[in-house]
Design a protein around this ligand. Structure first.
Ligand code: HEC
Ligand code: HEC
Ligand code: HEC
Ligand code: HEC
Ligand code: HEC
Ligand code: HEC
Ligand code: HEC
Ligand code: HEC
Ligand code: HEC
Ligand code: HEC
Ligand code: HEC
Length: 279
């Protein structure tokens, strides 16, 4: 059966007239079933039927802004060019937020350009000029210890906020197969790359890239020093260790007084001569 809208309404009317006759106690005017319920506020999905892209922004990148649209839009569908009330209608960050980044950072939308995608903070001139305001540590290290990295802008490495590049984006490794994840933690703190620190287990192959003669001699040495890692002795780059760091008075007092330099007899710290039997 096909009913026109008018036919449908007539039918509804007669049904309600019929039911009214039966329960004659009810005096209130007839209510169409279509209007019997109280309207519910639109859900985000329903707003999203028309505002599809904003709905998807919230869905994908809304983060902690994923609540009802109306919590922010207390007043909407009220824009009038005549009243020129757009700004007045739009929600304000300060309705809910104080100044989370301190007194100096106020222009919220200069960085948070889309409140519906709250977790996305695109690179912008404002953001780039503000890195140091929030990350004073890296900024100060770069300034205090000048290196070629000091000449780079923060965003030449961090080209997306909070993205951390691998050194391999710009550098070759010291030796084939070297893992990049150790570069910063084992030797070069990236914001002060010339303040070289050696981790206790820094791989000797790294040293080989520049000190191959020493490395080859050391790695072939039958002595027990051949098992001592370079950085156990050279705890800082360029430093020369005292034998006394590890060996306290190995010989008689007289011998040490007579020959104060251990290497007079032991010759080469990287390959000290050893007794055949001790091999
Ligand atoms: C956290 C608060 C917040 C929530 C939640 C929110 N909005 Fe908004 N919305 C804003 C702000 C702030 C603006 C003004 C943006 C501007 O000035 O660029 C805005 C602007 C708009 C605009 C007009 C500007 C445009 O880009 O078309 C529409 C339409 C809109 N929102 C729809 C929605 C819908 C639909 C939802 C829910 C699915 C929603 N909003 C949820 C804060 C919010
Ligand atoms: C039936 C489609 C439809 C639905 C559903 C809808 N909107 Fe809109 N909305 C529009 C149209 C059309 C405009 C005007 C054109 C534009 O800005 O995209 C508009 C404009 C807006 C604006 C900006 C102008 C103003 O006067 O406020 C906001 C904010 C907004 N809608 C929020 C919402 C929210 C929140 C919901 C859900 C509670 C919602 N809309 C549901 C169609 C709809
Ligand atoms: C109706 C209240 C309301 C309005 C208006 C509002 N916010 Fe929020 N916002 C919240 C709440 C609630 C949270 C979650 C806070 C929490 O968990 O501590 C939040 C969280 C955020 C977050 C963190 C998002 C995440 O998941 O990492 C950002 C960024 C943010 N808001 C920016 C803004 C900006 C910018 C504006 C103005 C354009 C704004 N908010 C307007 C209520 C609001
Ligand atoms: C110079 C750029 C910039 C400005 C201006 C700015 N923010 Fe942010 N905001 C950020 C960055 C970057 C984050 C960190 C995002 C992250 O955690 O990865 C952030 C994080 C937040 C968070 C989440 C904090 C949390 O504890 O998770 C909120 C809320 C927020 N901003 C609100 C605001 C409000 C409100 C304003 C205006 C008063 C504002 N922001 C101005 C860049 C900015
Ligand atoms: C040469 C590339 C490069 C430059 C330039 C650079 N960074 Fe970094 N940054 C990195 C790398 C790589 C890491 C990860 C370091 C790690 O894993 O130890 C990092 C880590 C960070 C971290 C998180 C760890 C920490 O130390 O707090 C912040 C924040 C940071 N950088 C901010 C900045 C700021 C701000 C600037 C500009 C003043 C800057 N960076 C300049 C490469 C760079
Ligand atoms: C408004 C403050 C603010 C501004 C401006 C800001 N950041 Fe952040 N940044 C944050 C917050 C908050 C986090 C999250 C902190 C965390 O997880 O330790 C963060 C995280 C980071 C991280 C990841 C840290 C990690 O440990 O993984 C890097 C890298 C970073 N920011 C670099 C930058 C650079 C580069 C700039 C400038 C282009 C910048 N930030 C601007 C607040 C800011
Ligand atoms: C975005 C590119 C980029 C990234 C990522 C990067 N660097 Fe650099 N780095 C450079 C440039 C450019 C120079 C200067 C030219 C050169 O020496 O190759 C440089 C120079 C250096 C220098 C020599 C500094 C000087 O002043 O002589 C060291 C050491 C260094 N980088 C280590 C690292 C380490 C370790 C990482 C990873 C944690 C890293 N770099 C990540 C671009 C980068
Ligand atoms: C990228 C090249 C390079 C790497 C890798 C390297 N060095 Fe060096 N090293 C140098 C340079 C250049 C000098 C300065 C040479 C000079 O002044 O004659 C030096 C100096 C030294 C000196 C002092 C030499 C002296 O004559 O006083 C020691 C000790 C040293 N390095 C140990 C190491 C150790 C141990 C490693 C591995 C953990 C290492 N180096 C990794 C380049 C490197
Ligand atoms: C970082 C610690 C350290 C330093 C510094 C050090 N050594 Fe050693 N040396 C060792 C260790 C560990 C052994 C092996 C000891 C064992 O197995 O009993 C060793 C063994 C030796 C041996 C015996 C070699 C063998 O194979 O039988 C001689 C000789 C020696 N060291 C001389 C020196 C001299 C000379 C110096 C200074 C130029 C020096 N050491 C500096 C750690 C060190
Ligand atoms: C047991 C301690 C010890 C170990 C292990 C050790 N060195 Fe040395 N190294 C020394 C001492 C002591 C000197 C100073 C020698 C001198 O005064 O003639 C030195 C000198 C050097 C020098 C400068 C003089 C030269 O011969 O070129 C370099 C470069 C060097 N070491 C690199 C390394 C490397 C690379 C490794 C690992 C492959 C390594 N060392 C392992 C103790 C050690
Ligand atoms: C006059 C030469 C001479 C001088 C100087 C000398 N040694 Fe020795 N050292 C020897 C001889 C020879 C042996 C091997 C002795 C043996 O096997 O009984 C030896 C053995 C060692 C051993 C290995 C002991 C063991 O039990 O295996 C160490 C460690 C050592 N010397 C460290 C040093 C240190 C450190 C100095 C400087 C403070 C030094 N020596 C100065 C001649 C010397």
């Amino acid at each position: 059966m096909v009913l026109s809208l008018a036919g449908f309404l007539v039918l509804l009317n007669s049904v309600s007239a019929f039911s009214q006759e039966k329960s004659s106690a009810k005096k209130s005017p007839p209510v169409s079933a279509l209007y019997s319920a109280e309207p519910e506020p639109l859900t985000p999905v329903q707003c999203g039927q028309c505002h599809n892209s904003l709905y998807n922004n919230l869905k994908n990148d809304g983060g902690r802004h994923q609540f009802e649209c109306q919590k922010c839009h207390k007043n909407f569908h009220a824009y009038s060019p005549v009243k020129n009330n757009w700004n007045e209608l739009m929600p304000k960050c300060r309705d809910c937020h104080l100044l989370p980044h301190g007194e100096k950072i106020t222009e919220c939308s200069a960085c948070h350009n889309n409140p519906h995608a709250a977790t996305k903070i695109p690179m912008s001139a404002k953001l780039i000029s503000s890195c140091a305001a929030c990350h004073s540590g890296p900024f100060e290290q770069l300034q205090k210890f000048p290196s070629k990295h000091t000449k780079l802008t923060c965003d030449s490495c961090h080209n997306v906020h909070a993205y951390v590049p691998s050194c391999s984006a710009c550098h070759k490794p010291h030796y084939e197969g070297q893992e990049f994840k150790g570069c910063a933690s084992e030797c070069h703190p990236v914001h002060q790359p010339l303040q070289i620190k050696f981790a206790k287990d820094a791989n000797a192959k790294t040293c080989n890239a520049c000190h191959d003669k020493v490395y080859v001699k050391w790695s072939k040495s039958p002595s027990k020093h051949g098992k001592v890692n370079c950085v156990s002795c050279h705890t800082k780059h360029g430093s020369i260790p005292e034998c006394g760091m590890c060996h306290v008075g190995p010989h008689s007092k007289q011998l040490h007084e007579r020959f104060p330099k251990c290497l007079t007899c032991h010759q080469d710290p990287h390959d000290p001569p050893v007794k055949q039997s001790s091999k």
